[in-house]
Design a protein around this ligand. Structure first.
Ligand SMILES: [Zn+2]
Length: 142
């Protein structure tokens, strides 16, 4: 038995049909025994199977996703490093950064990290306090 996907040229209906062999299909077709379930037309033909291909846009989307995954992985590694070597100060970042900068906190060996607004970062920069803005991925485990 062999299954063919047939298409009706008249109404564009696609349907599957079983044949004993490809020869039987040819025979039935020649004798015009093949007809459409829908419009009864005899203009029924084997449809060409569409090959499964990835379109260019699809593959570029996949590689983009992969790239994003790799970047996220890098960021995660970076975050782990920061968490181990820096103290988290949360939204007090600009205050803590100033404290360190103006030597109010001499015993602070570790660097700090936290969140700040772009305005705060700009202010710190104006005061000569170097900060680095890094992308941050929220930890879903928390
Ligand atoms: Zn039809």
């Amino acid at each position: 038995m062999i299954k063919y996907r047939l298409v009706c040229k008249k109404c564009n209906l696609f349907f599957d049909s079983w044949f004993a062999s490809s020869k039987e299909y040819e025979k039935l077709k020649k004798r015009k025994f093949l007809n459409c379930h829908n419009c009864n037309s005899k203009q029924v033909e084997k449809s060409l199977m569409a090959p499964k291909l990835l379109t260019k846009s699809r593959t570029s989307k996949i590689s983009k996703d992969l790239k994003l995954k790799r970047i996220n992985k890098k960021i995660k590694e970076y975050q782990t490093f920061i968490k181990e070597n820096f103290d988290y100060v949360g939204e007090n970042f600009s205050y803590e950064a100033r404290s360190i900068h103006y030597n109010h906190k001499k015993n602070n060996k570790k660097g700090i990290y936290g969140s700040a607004t772009f305005e705060e970062i700009k202010e710190l920069k104006d005061e000569g306090i170097d900060t680095e803005v890094i992308p941050w991925v929220e930890d879903k485990n928390n």
